[in-house]
Design a protein around this ligand. Structure first.
Ligand SMILES: O=c1ccn([C@@H]2O[C@H](COP(=O)(O)OP(=O)(O)O[C@H]3O[C@H](CO)[C@@H](O)[C@H](O)[C@H]3O)[C@@H](O)[C@H]2O)c(=O)[nH]1
Ligand SMILES: [Mn+2]
Length: 634
């Protein structure tokens, strides 16, 4: 009801840059295969080259993959940064991720060619991942007992203020951290990684402002930190209780009209402006500037001053860092419950933002015209469904926690803000009505049984109003948010697809994990681009290809709707039109139109992305069985 659109004026910030607060940046990576080290390197470089006083900037990389390839890549990146940072600043480059820059229409400056050769050489060296380049004194930490799930802490300072770039300016800090892992101890996924970084950075640089980004979310605008400062330093508003400034997740490489609705325009952009008229936007994990002190207790906790007397390379500092990155450090502490990122939900970002709002903090949404950060979205259907299944499990975790937005939220939040959170945690539960609407009216139509009101019935008006109202509002908001009509159509279809598959499986998996006390896994989304699949994606084709469990309910529902439509039409031809079946016809036709890419993938396609034969045959069998369900089963 009160969407807020903000604008910043960084030119009004104090001219004296030495007055700016220090900034610690946290980059998370977790798997060198799904998140190629060069992706993280580009993100780090784009951030190291921020238009921000370098002596105040520190970049921490958390490597949950515990990968020597990633460390090696970052050692190379540290060397390249000495050329890249001054090059960007001197020439006022906007794309400070070298990969993004060199694949764009870049202008040539005196050193451009030289820098490009340097970048390409580094990239080739990193991607080759050859052992010969590795200095043994660092890499002997990867001994025979080292595995991703079980290894000691590794902390490596790759750049500090004693290092100079090629023009003689001080470099920002760059620190590699791979926290200790033990198989028997829960490491709390990304939340655990961020909490380790909070403590390591507190020991080393203790900057009052923290930026968190995922490894694929590179900076697309060098002045973004200044925009965030506009809110934190604004003397004209009550800026002291701003916990975080959230920038939207925006993606590069999404195909025309976004066939999977992977942009999540409502979550990341449209709804955020609505949230901003209340207490502020939810937290979406990346592209977010925090005040450090929000992680250390309540609103009244004192501002942590940055005290940096010792070199971050000193033995004392490093020893303390190892101590706080130790797996047992958090035992019997409030980390994860009252301190740092909150544990207990796979959706640590949303959950943590929610807790901060409940504590009385506010947040701000910043949507500049040129996206501040750009990342990768899942580019095939299986990955997308996997991702949204994980999110849904995270929401269910919140639903069934003692901090549920209904009982806890309504007490601690303004009514509308609580309602927004309730709206989100209900996401996975949408699978129940959606499954019913995809199967039941169809089943009834097969037997010419009316179960929805007929056109002359006053209830018909209610159904019509709800359908047109909900879809109409959705459409209007999507268009006003800058979306296309096709994009909106794909978005609503993606919602149905998710409801039938990832939400449904999330509810099932969540129930199982609770019944059998097992724990869910965090399936990291792949950031690798498969050339062939990406050509199909760019042509707007839906990618099936793999025998994913997710595809069964989708293809069964598609066939079931088609069979219902055909048998309904046959019935009309035989016995004449029936007014009381009109709504069912409408619904089923809508289902069939939405299922078009599924039929295509089953019948008309012959590329590797087509529906696997096993799934097609099984779905034909299941939908034929549904067709044969006798009417008295109702
Ligand atoms: O044990 C883990 C698992 C993941 N990650 C990192 O978490 C980030 C997000 O993982 P990704 O696979 O990209 O998940 P997405 O679903 O794309 O991410 C969204 O959803 C996540 C919550 O599920 C949030 O953490 C993210 O910020 C948000 O972008 C990545 O940088 C990973 O490296 C870790 O550091 N440790
Ligand atoms: Mn991601």
């Amino acid at each position: 009801m009160n969407p807020v659109h903000r604008k910043t004026f960084p030119e009004n910030l104090p001219k004296n840059e030495t007055k700016f607060p220090a900034m610690d940046v946290f980059i998370c990576t977790a798997d060198p295969d799904k998140e190629p080290p060069m992706v993280a390197v580009n993100t780090a470089l784009s951030i190291l080259a921020f238009d921000y006083p370098t002596e105040k900037l520190s970049v921490y990389l958390s490597d949950d993959g515990g990968s020597e390839r990633t460390l090696f890549a970052f050692m190379e990146a540290a060397k390249f940064a000495k050329h890249w940072i001054p090059y960007c600043k001197e020439n006022e480059i906007m794309d400070r991720s070298p990969e993004a820059y060199f694949t764009s229409d870049y202008t040539c400056f005196p050193r451009t060619h030289e820098i490009k050769v340097m970048y390409d050489t580094m990239k080739a060296k990193v991607e080759k991942g050859d052992n010969i380049y590795r200095p043994t004194h660092v890499f002997n930490q990867w001994d025979a007992n080292f595995t991703r799930q079980q290894h000691p802490t590794i902390i490596q300072v790759l750049l500090d203020s004693t290092v100079e770039d090629v023009l003689g300016h001080a470099m920002p800090n760059l620190i590699y951290v791979s926290r200790e892992k033990r198989k028997a101890t829960h490491h709390h996924f990304k939340a655990g990684a961020l909490n380790v970084l909070l403590r390591v950075s507190e020991t080393m640089t203790n900057a009052p402002i923290i930026l968190t980004v995922d490894c694929d979310m590179y900076s697309n605008h060098p002045k973004t930190p200044l925009k965030a400062l506009c809110y934190f330093l604004d003397p004209s508003t009550d800026s002291d209780n701003i916990a975080y400034v959230q920038f939207p997740q925006i993606f590069h490489g999404i195909n025309q009209d976004d066939i999977y609705g992977a942009e999540f325009k409502f979550i990341f952009q449209i709804n955020m402006t609505g949230f901003d008229g209340l207490l502020g936007p939810s937290h979406v994990g990346t592209g977010c500037f925090f005040r450090r002190r929000v992680f250390y207790g309540d609103l009244s906790s004192p501002t942590l001053e940055q005290t940096r007397t010792q070199s971050i390379q000193s033995n004392e500092v490093l020893a303390r860092c190892h101590e706080v990155a130790n797996i047992n450090f958090e035992a019997q502490t409030k980390w994860g419950s009252e301190l740092g990122y909150r544990y207990g939900s796979m959706l640590e970002d949303f959950n943590t933002g929610y807790h901060l709002h409940c504590k009385g903090w506010r947040s701000v949404f910043c949507l500049p015209n040129r996206p501040a950060f750009l990342g990768t979205a899942p580019m095939n259907l299986h990955d997308l469904l996997n991702q949204t299944q994980r999110w849904s499990i995270g929401l269910l975790d919140m639903n069934f926690s003692g901090y549920n937005p209904i009982n806890h939220g309504l007490k601690h939040l303004p009514l509308f803000q609580a309602m927004c959170y309730i709206h989100y945690i209900s996401w996975p539960i949408w699978c129940i009505p959606l499954v019913i609407y995809s199967f039941l009216p169809q089943l009834a139509l097969i037997h010419s049984l009316p179960i929805l009101p007929k056109v002359s019935d006053p209830w018909f008006l209610l159904y019509g109003f709800l359908f047109v109202g909900a879809y109409g509002q959705d459409f209007l908001e999507f268009k006003l948010g800058g979306g296309t009509t096709r994009g909106w159509y794909n978005n609503q279809r993606a919602w149905i697809i998710r409801s039938l598959s990832s939400y449904t499986f999330a509810v099932i998996e969540y129930t199982f994990t609770k019944l059998f006390a097992s724990s869910a896994v965090f399936n990291v989304t792949s950031k690798v681009v498969d050339e062939e699949a990406s050509t199909r994606y760019n042509h707007g084709m839906m990618e099936f290809g793999v025998e994913s469990l997710f595809f069964y309910p989708i293809s069964v529902a598609a066939l079931h709707n088609l069979i219902a439509l055909i048998s309904g039409v046959t019935g009309v031809l035989k016995h004449g039109g029936r007014q009381d079946l009109f709504l069912q016809f409408l619904l089923v036709s809508f289902g069939v139109v939405n299922s078009w890419p599924v039929y295509q993938a089953m019948v008309f396609r012959n590329d590797p992305g087509k529906m696997p034969l096993k799934i097609t045959l099984t779905s034909v069998a299941i939908s034929s069985m549904l067709y044969l369900v006798p009417p008295f089963a109702f």
